[in-house]
Write a protein that binds this ligand. Structure first.
Ligand SMILES: N[C@@H](CCC(=O)N[C@@H](CS)C(=O)NCC(=O)O)C(=O)O
Length: 207
């Protein structure tokens, strides 16, 4: 059994959960819910204090969602290779899309935490910078979707697409005022189809 430390709202943990579902590995994982901001027990599995964390049966601990997804794709054989090719330009493309989406989510987490600081300690320019990274990433993904090689409805998403879907879900959760569907119509159409997949539905964040 694998052990996944995650929470009901983490977008990075959601990406891992979607990948597990798409790869048919969900039932091989025991989930442990933890709030990394409040529960110091997280440092027992990740010195960085972040989730998600995946502990393998060997005891090996993976502390970064991209690293976790890579390992899961390797475990899943053929389907894993379709989600994340093992080498070459096709692999780099998926890692690139994932880096764009993950980077934007990370910026969003910083902006969200900034808004929780006491009134006088908040920096509007800092938040603005993080939002700029998020909207730049959305625009970039819209351009990628316009190239026409994002998954068509009903087909299996790649790793980059799973990450992109989590970014859009995170806009819905914390940054609805950005109005991403109005800004990026191709992503809107693509997301509507992907959002029907069981892995996306069953991992919807719970506040
Ligand atoms: N690059 C990491 C980012 C993980 C991350 O930032 N997780 C957030 C929750 S969404 C967290 O645990 N933050 C706690 C902290 O930064 O102290 C990954 O992809 O796994």
């Amino acid at each position: 059994m694998l052990t996944l430390y995650t929470s009901a709202t983490t977008p990075f943990g959601r990406k891992v959960a979607i990948v597990l579902s798409e790869l048919g590995l969900s039932d091989q994982v025991e989930r442990k819910t933890i709030n990394p901001w409040e529960d110091a027990a997280i440092y027992g599995v990740n010195p960085l204090g972040k989730i998600p964390v995946l502990v393998l049966e060997t005891g090996e601990t993976l502390i970064e969602s991209a690293e976790i997804c890579d390992a899961l794709c390797e475990m899943a054989g053929e389907r894993g290779t379709r989600m994340l090719p093992r080498a070459g330009v096709a692999r780099r493309r998926q890692l690139y899309l994932q880096a764009v989406a993950d980077g934007a989510i990370g910026a969003g987490v910083l902006a969200m935490r900034e808004s929780l600081r006491p009134e006088g300690e908040r920096s509007p320019s800092w938040r603005e910078r993080q939002l700029r990274a998020m909207t730049n990433a959305g625009a970039l993904l819209e351009a990628e979707a316009a190239k026409g090689d994002f998954a068509v409805p009903g087909s299996e998403p790649t790793l980059g697409e799973c990450a992109a879907a989590c970014l859009l879900g995170y806009f819905d959760l914390r940054f609805a005022d950005v109005g991403w569907r109005e800004r990026w119509p191709r992503l809107k159409a693509w997301h509507a189809a992907l959002a029907e997949r069981p892995g996306y539905v069953s991992t919807a964040p719970v506040l």
